[in-house]
Write a protein that binds this ligand. Structure first.
Ligand code: C5P
Length: 238
């Protein structure tokens, strides 16, 4: 069984490019994330093919619409067989509840994760769209809403993990991008944490893209990441 905490971001524009990179991975050592770029280029058939190849797929489409539409999209995603999917917490309680109900009716139930405040938005950006809260407070508020509506967890930055774990408990799943192994390039990520730091802060799964595919040996990088994460998990439980 796959128990890796690494979710590899497949940030590619089409199936051919994605497949060249996926062939470097081992479904026993990681899970994968299909976001809106690859889904738009590769479609549901690619998602089904990845699942048939043994990968757990996080469908990162951040559904945000009226409750019925989001619920129906969640049902279709569950039937595709994805392992995890996400919706925007800003869609409100009814949308979140309806999404949970839709997933709960399916024989195969993916983990349902909320997106709180996009990390590209700062407090000033929120003010401009009529949200008077500080970004950090809005994250806490929306994560709490996700939990009370029955979602399994949220996507958050590692900087938010410790606070969210304290507020929402250890079972609430924290999925964290912006991870950089020590010594690797930060690219366009501004506030990074190492895999060990993020796990010690309370994250459950780490979304990592470029550090894996730009490594000389992606498989070796995956093995090193898994080792670092397992050591941190053992420390966390001690
Ligand atoms: O290549 P890298 O490790 O930076 O990829 C991180 C992945 O996580 C990308 O798919 C990116 O879109 C996603 N992500 C992020 N920061 C967020 C939310 C998602 O980097 N706040």
């Amino acid at each position: 069984m796959n128990n890796s905490r690494v979710i590899v971001a497949l940030d590619f524009p089409d199936e051919t490019t994605a497949r060249q990179h996926i062939s470097m991975l081992d479904p026993g050592l990681c899970r994968v994330k299909v976001g809106m770029e690859l889904f738009t280029g590769g479609g549901p058939s690619l998602v089904e093919a990845l699942i048939a190849d043994g990968f757990d797929v996080f469908l990162d489409l951040k559904f945000h619409d009226i409750p019925t539409t989001v619920a129906k999209a969640c049902t279709v995603a569950a039937r595709l067989g994805v392992w995890m999917l996400n919706v925007h917490a800003g869609g409100g309680r009814e949308m979140l509840l309806t999404a949970c109900e839709a997933v709960a009716k399916e024989p195969h139930q993916p983990l349902l994760i909320g997106v709180t405040v996009l990390t590209s938005l700062a407090t000033a950006d929120l003010a401009e769209i009529g949200v008077p809260a500080a970004a950090a407070d809005q994250v806490t508020r929306l994560a709490g809403l996700c939990k009370s509506a029955g979602l399994d967890g949220v996507v958050c930055s590692a900087q938010e993990s410790a606070g969210l774990q304290a507020a929402l408990g250890r079972e609430f799943i924290l999925v964290t991008p912006g991870i950089r192994p020590a010594g690797s390039a930060s690219h366009d990520q501004k506030r990074t944490m190492t895999p060990a730091e993020a796990m010690l802060a309370g994250s459950h799964y780490l979304v990592i893209g470029r550090p894996i595919f730009q490594a000389e040996d992606p498989l070796l990088m995956l093995q090193q990441l898994n080792r670092e994460i397992n050591t941190a998990l053992a420390q966390r439980q001690a």
